[in-house]
Design a protein around this ligand. Structure first.
Ligand SMILES: Cc1cc2nc3c(=O)[nH]c(=O)nc-3n(C[C@H](O)[C@H](O)[C@H](O)COP(=O)(O)O)c2cc1C
Length: 186
């Protein structure tokens, strides 16, 4: 049996004090012993342009694709922008989606998210699930993590101060770990 399960994660917000970045940092702190996580910053991924793609993949895109390929699972933390997920995630997905060797195919994946609204990225997550269908990752359904009113759940240093969210995240991580083991037969 594999000793450590490796997760590649990215947040769909570029801002420094993003609640979704805070959420991934919190996940890192709460990880069960058998999991490791690498948080990839997607800020340097250029806007997708087929003309540029034909010239060759940008280094950062190749790096992300390789990291996804070698990870046991992928975790995406999405904000909610105008009832959907953020454009930077869509842009990253578009780059990742191109043949050959599409790296999300068959990959265990989970989506979480934080927003300042009451729905806590519910609509964003649903849209993201839809966009991912064609890329064929195996997406965890439950438990769902919708961190609503995020500005009340993290302090000014990005520390999660809401105990209920913390408990949910621990349950989520254990379920995701089991999901990855099941899908990858490890
Ligand atoms: C362009 C834009 C659109 C937004 N639309 C929504 C929305 O539809 N629903 C929602 O709950 N919050 C919305 N928000 C608020 C974001 O959820 C909030 O800014 C959140 O903190 C963004 O995630 P981040 O902290 O990771 O950057 C929007 C924010 C921006 C900048």
């Amino acid at each position: 049996m594999k000793e450590k399960i490796n997760i590649l994660a990215f947040a769909g917000s570029l801002r420094k004090h993003s609640y979704n970045k805070y959420l991934l940092n919190t996940v890192k702190e709460l990880l069960p012993e058998n999991l490791t996580i690498e948080i990839f910053d997607i800020k340097d991924i250029p806007l997708f342009n087929e003309d540029e793609e034909k010239k060759g993949l940008p280094k950062v895109v190749t790096e992300l694709r390789e990291k996804i390929s070698s990870a046991d699972g992928v975790l995406i933390a999405t904000p909610e922008y105008n009832y959907s997920y953020s454009g930077v995630i869509k842009n990253a997905i578009d780059w990742i989606s191109r043949p050959p060797n599409q790296p999300l195919n068959g990959k265990p994946l989970a989506i979480i998210g934080a927003s300042m609204g009451l729905s806590g990225t519910m609509r964003a997550q649903l849209h993201l699930r839809q966009s991912l269908i064609f890329l064929n990752p195996i997406i965890l359904n439950k438990p769902e993590i919708y961190v609503s009113q995020a500005h009340e759940k993290f302090d000014e240093n990005g520390k999660l101060i809401d105990e209920n969210t913390k408990k949910l995240l621990i349950t989520f991580l254990n379920s995701f770990s089991e999901w990855i083991k099941k899908i990858n037969c490890i």
